[in-house]
Design a protein around this ligand. Structure first.
Ligand SMILES: NC(=O)C1=CN([C@@H]2O[C@H](COP(=O)(O)OP(=O)(O)OC[C@H]3O[C@@H](n4cnc5c(N)ncnc54)[C@H](OP(=O)(O)O)[C@@H]3O)[C@@H](O)[C@H]2O)C=CC1
Ligand SMILES: O=C(O)[C@@H]1CCC=N1
Length: 271
């Protein structure tokens, strides 16, 4: 694949992780430019990754083939309008923002735009991200390939065929690290209440979560079967599972994910 000049507009947590992943995967640092409102983050990025930096969004985007829009959803309109004249049909735009739809982008650019919407998650910060991607009709095979390469630098990718499915990705992956953190927080608190010191409590929870996750990855069997293997009939696990299921865990999870989807749709309407 031909190597393109990539500009990141907004160099916060998510964009910073992608830049770091790209450089670590061998993408030439001299082809990457980060533009950010404040300068502190830029200094760190330049030092760590050897990329170009600027506080001038226009300058960064003007010199790039691919422009990654990494600002928060409420800032996106201002940033896009500033760059709208750079939409020449050849330059690819990639958004990582939640709830900002293709229709918003087209309205703010004032025309159809080669744009790929992505929905990454924070494990991208440690190279274990899961990103959903959706390509607008104005994009081509090369645009899809470079977007996929970009997000694979920080984890795995899954393509969806409709924007609505991207909201589903938010529920299953974008927001979902927080669900696991919440569960782990509750377990950690209980471990401390049982008398474990904080360091041990954290390690017990972390190693168990990581071990369970690795088993799902490494064993080619349904997750339900992995659960069954832990659950001796009449044993301790059965009692714990009974307690979760009695409290309606499946319904809780389903409702929580519906709430995330609903919020993504509302956010799109609020812009
Ligand atoms: N956090 C998450 O779990 C996920 C986030 N996202 C999406 O990623 C996007 C970024 O989120 P995240 O990285 O967490 O947020 P951050 O706040 O870390 O990053 C946003 C960056 O944008 C910069 N910025 C603000 N205004 C401008 C401007 N006018 N021009 C240039 N840069 C500007 C900010 O600069 P400054 O240093 O001045 O603050 C900041 O560094 C959001 O759209 C969010 O929806 C997607 C999936 C998951
Ligand atoms: O909570 C949010 O709105 C963003 C999108 C997915 C994760 N964080």
């Amino acid at each position: 694949m031909e190597q393109k000049r990539i500009a990141f507009i907004g160099a916060g947590n998510m964009a910073g992780a992608i830049m770091g992943g790209l450089v670590a995967s061998g993408y030439p640092a001299e082809l990457i430019t980060a533009s950010n409102r404040s300068e502190g983050k830029l200094e760190t990025l330049a030092e760590e990754y050897g990329i170009h930096t600027t506080t001038d969004n226009l300058k960064a985007a003007d010199s790039a083939d691919v422009v990654v829009l990494g600002v928060k959803p409420n800032i996106m309109e201002k940033v896009v309008k500033e760059l709208a004249h750079l939409n020449d049909g050849k330059r690819l735009f990639i958004s990582i923002a939640a709830g900002v739809t293709l229709a918003h982008f087209e309205a703010w650019f004032g025309a159809a735009v080669p744009l790929i919407r992505t929905m990454p998650n924070t494990p991208s910060l440690v190279g274990l991200g899961m990103t959903g991607l959706y390509a607008s009709d104005s994009t081509n095979k090369d645009d899809k390939a470079i977007s996929d390469m970009l997000m694979r630098a920080v984890g795995k990718t899954a393509w969806v065929k409709t924007e609505a499915e991207l909201d589903h990705i938010i529920a299953v992956a974008g927001s979902a690290p927080a669900y696991f953190f919440l569960f782990m927080e509750a377990m950690e608190a209980k471990a401390i209440a049982l008398g474990f010191d904080a360091v041990t409590a954290r390690e017990l929870v972390q190693q168990t979560a990581s071990g369970a996750s690795e088993m799902v990855r490494m064993r080619d069997m349904p997750i339900r079967e992995l659960r069954r293997q832990v659950t001796s009939p009449g044993g301790t696990t059965a009692k714990a599972i009974e307690s979760f299921q009695g409290a309606g865990l499946d319904r809780l999870v389903s409702d929580a994910m519906d709430a995330a989807i609903q919020r993504a749709r509302e956010m799109a309407k609020e812009l």
